[in-house]
Design a protein around this ligand. Structure first.
Ligand SMILES: [Zn+2]
Length: 162
């Protein structure tokens, strides 16, 4: 996925558009399928680059502390690359999707495996639940044909939030 800053004719409204690729954007634009969400205008084009995109990456200066152990031959990775804006937006979207998915879900903590099994075998009413399970427990559930999905973003147990 790729995110573009778009604007409708004359730059009246600015908005973000998500596309599979820039070719996909060009195709949709050609067909007039890209419309401004505010006024519905199909005369949409890419907005001028935001200043943050103009900054070149990997130019951060890193220094090795003088107290560091004697240099080894292995180069050290000292700086984590900063996430591109699109990735950050995607993570926000992901977090929102997950929040929506577990909105009606019941937190069962470390009883997740037991609760899932009970529902699968008809010993408990079907419900959406989320909780904690070890890797082995999750593996066992999957082998028994019980659908479990790892949460992409860790959720704090409700009793640990306060
Ligand atoms: Zn508009």
């Amino acid at each position: 996925m790729i995110v573009f800053d778009l604007e409708c004719s004359g730059g009246v409204h600015r908005f973000e558009g998500w596309f599979k690729s820039s070719e996909d954007f060009a195709l949709q634009q050609d067909r007039g399928l890209v419309a401004c969400p505010r006024c519905g205008s199909a005369e949409v084009g890419k907005a001028p680059m935001a200043p943050r995109l103009a900054r070149k990456g990997n130019q951060d200066v890193v220094t090795r502390p003088s107290t560091a152990p004697a240099a080894s031959d292995q180069p050290q990775a000292l700086a984590a690359p900063s996430l591109p804006p699109g990735a950050i937006a995607a993570m926000h979207a992901l977090a929102a999707m997950q929040a929506e998915a577990i909105k009606d879900s019941r937190w069962v903590g470390d009883k997740f495996a037991a609760e899932s099994r009970a529902m699968h075998y008809g010993d408990a009413d079907q419900a959406t639940i989320h909780g904690q399970a070890t890797r082995e427990e999750a593996q066992d559930l999957l082998e028994e044909g019980i659908m479990v999905v790892p949460l992409l973003i860790p959720v704090a147990p409700p009793d640990e939030i306060n």
